[in-house]
Design a protein around this ligand. Structure first.
Ligand code: RUQ
Ligand code: CUA
Length: 678
């Protein structure tokens, strides 16, 4: 097989290098050198053979390079949105080149975008909890907005596990527009996932806690601690979550983990997995059995949560809720009385629940069990109709395991998350092997592959300790297959060691094949935080603005700001001790170049970048007052501060925008109090 491939690559490579302009459509490839038509042992010809030899590349290496190399000027066919973990941000990466295109400032201030330094300050301030300003987040699960269960390229949502917050990013300009706090929770994990038309954004909790962050001692765990899932209503027209139309449901204090929304046949339902049905409270010293890690792993089963969302919405709309810190909450008693909540046993420290493209099956992994367990949505419905259940300690009906399980597949040690492709395969990350398991789906998916149903086909090794994995559109109703990225937690020896702290490693795999032919293509170190989940969308579904639509654009409101400074109308206005500055920026000057205020004045400063050319971004850096804007073409930014320190401050443009960029500067004078009385 290798030999055949090598020869094929050789032929391909020669053809590639000999044909003028071949594959060079949009790139300026320069003068292609003539290449000898001979091949050597690598199956490569001429210069390519020499490079491969000098660099000690195998034929597989060369194929991998050819599959990921993106000539200058050409764009990737896929775009990945990855969580930034405790960087609090979202990363935008081209696939298959794995080039980092952008880090979107979300929960953490980010100076290049001016995020938190004059841009987006109010949005970040909205993320404060009870007056405590937060300057970071722990982003876990990005969710691209969907229409009919397919990514539509309009929005991206992301949760902050550390503080139970959810953010909305508008994909017209790739900027964060909103951060909402969950009033009843202080941490989350099962967020964000969306329903097939993004009507609801799911945010499940994690560690059981008294609702609304109240105090309760640990020995009241069983009564005072609660679990929850929150359904945030998304207003697509406004591009915002509408907290006034959102609600939550109380759950037993098991640790709810990940959620997924039903689709197609299971639309209207949502599913979550859980652990710690043991109700372990940790810490040997207080008489519990052990540390949490053992305490939460005692039972053979935890509970898959099965929630009738459609009915829950009706119950919420009928007002059968309690308000907790302003959030309407369906109590556990109401959820049971209204038949909204069911459980099914799930084996050994389960993690994740992933719904198949047609919505027929739910895949759950047991971290301490080498199987994935596949539940049938139909069988779940039959078991509910037949009341085939027993009740657990909080009164929740637990459906009979054998009645609802369709199949179990032994995939390998430490299975975590599952994604799908267009060929009837599922892919499960195996943390302990570590590897990506490819296995076959049965049922409606049997016709898509030649292999037996519900069977392990390949364990493709990765390095090391894979958490999530993501395939192109791999959690939608129509997965693309083609590429898969393993989000590895450890990188150990993969890269030059940057001291004791090492990057995580994204490994790109080629899954555009069948059988046991998954190939590793590329390593991408992530040295900015620990990404958890990612989603990959086809690039042609995104239609971002190249410049803002009009001069004076306010990206928060997504419309022209009537107060935006316009060219020719720059000015400085004083009103008592408030000074308002209307400034424009254009290559290569600010208008005005001198601004004078008095010590103690409150300063409101508006700047419009009046450029219309793509990429003509200007910065605005002002020392001491912690201001650094990024103003993209057409954008207006406004910031305020108190000029409480007399002095002479030179401000300048912090983007290298033109040959005379260094000259794009000006002076901000703050007259001392005694002189200011002149
Ligand atoms: S889960 S630790 Cu996405 Cu595997 Cu968060
Ligand atoms: Cu504008 Cu540099």
């Amino acid at each position: 097989m290798k030999r055949v491939l090598a020869v094929m690559v050789g032929i391909l490579m020669i053809g590639f290098l000999l044909l003028p302009g071949c594959g060079g459509g949009e790139s300026d490839g320069g003068d292609a050198k003539p290449v000898a038509r001979t091949t050597n042992g690598n199956g490569l010809g001429g210069d390519a053979a020499q490079v491969a030899k000098d660099r000690d590349l195998t034929p597989d290496d060369v194929v991998a390079a050819l599959k990921t190399y993106m000539p200058t000027g050409r764009h990737d066919p896929y775009i990945m949105f990855a969580s930034g973990g405790h960087s609090g941000q979202v990363f935008v990466i081209g696939v298959p080149s794995m080039r980092l295109l952008r880090v979107i400032g979300v929960f953490t201030p980010e100076p290049w975008q001016g995020w938190g330094y004059g841009i987006g300050n109010e949005i970040l301030a909205d993320g404060a909890i009870d007056g405590h300003e937060l300057t970071w987040g722990d982003t876990h699960h990005p969710a691209l907005s969907e229409t009919g269960g397919d990514y539509d390229g309009q929005f991206c949502f992301i949760n902050d596990k550390a503080n139970a917050r959810v953010a909305v990013i508008d994909l017209r300009d790739f900027e964060t527009k909103q951060i909402v706090n969950n009033p009843i929770a202080l941490n989350d994990h099962g967020g964000t996932m969306v329903t097939p038309d993004s009507e609801w954004i799911i945010e499940g909790g994690q560690y059981g806690s008294p609702l609304a962050g109240e105090y309760a001692p640990i020995d009241e765990y069983n009564e005072s601690f609660k679990g929850m899932v929150t359904l945030w209503k998304f207003d697509r027209k406004k591009g915002r979550i509408d907290p006034s139309k959102s609600f939550a449901m109380e759950l037993p204090p098991y640790w709810q983990d990940l959620f997924d929304a039903g689709k197609k046949v299971s639309e209207g339902w949502i599913f979550g997995n859980s652990f710690n049905t043991e109700l372990a409270t940790g810490a040997k010293e207080i008489g519990d059995t052990s540390f949490f890690e053992a305490g939460v792993s005692q039972r053979d089963n935890d509970y898959l949560h099965i929630i009738n969302l459609k009915k829950a919405v009706q119950v919420y709309e009928a007002g059968k809720v309690e308000k907790i810190k302003g959030m309407p909450v369906i109590s556990l008693d109401t959820a049971l009385a209204e038949e909204l909540l069911y459980f099914a046993p799930e084996p050994k420290s389960p993690h994740g629940v992933d719904v198949t493209p047609g919505g027929e099956y739910l895949v759950v992994s047991g971290k301490l069990d080498p199987h994935v367990t596949i539940y049938s949505f139909d069988k779940i419905q039959e078991a509910i109709a037949a009341k085939n259940w027993t009740k657990e300690q909080y009164g929740v009906p637990v459906l009979d395991f054998d009645a609802v399980v369709e199949a179990q597949v032994e995939v390998g040690l430490g299975p975590l998350h599952t994604q799908f492709d267009d060929k009837g395969y599922a892919y499960t990350s195996l943390f302990l092997v570590p590897a990506v398991a490819r296995w076959t789906l049965g049922g409606n998916y049997s016709d898509l592959h030649d292999e037996a149903d519900w069977e392990l086909i390949q364990q493709a090794n990765c390095h090391y300790n894979i958490g999530h994995l993501v395939a192109a559109e791999g959690d939608t109703v129509s997965p693309d297959g083609k590429f898969l990225v393993a989000l590895n937690k450890w990188s150990i020896d993969r890269f030059f060691p940057t001291g004791p702290l090492l990057p995580q490693n994204f490994q790109l795999m080629d899954i555009d094949n069948t059988g046991d032919d998954i190939k590793l293509l590329y390593d991408m170190p992530i040295g900015i935080g620990e990404p958890h989940y990612a989603q990959i969308i086809k690039a042609d579904k995104l239609d971002p603005w190249k410049v803002y639509p009009e001069i004076g654009w306010d990206p928060v409101a997504q419309r022209v700001d009537i107060n935006a400074p316009q060219p020719g109308r720059e000015r400085i206005e004083r009103n008592g001790s408030t000074v308002e500055i209307y400034m424009t920026a254009v290559r290569s000057h600010f208008v005005p170049e001198h601004v004078t205020v008095r010590e103690g004045d409150h300063v409101i400063w508006h700047i419009t970048n009046v450029e219309t050319a793509q990429d003509a971004t200007h910065g605005f850096a002002l020392p001491v007052f912690n201001v650094n804007l990024s103003l993209e073409p057409g954008e207006t930014g406004t910031f305020e501060f108190t000029a409480d320190k007399a002095g002479t401050y030179s401000y300048y443009c912090s983007e290298f925008c033109s040959a005379l960029h260094l000259e794009m500067t000006g002076y901000f004078f703050v007259e001392p109090k005694q002189q200011a009385s002149r």
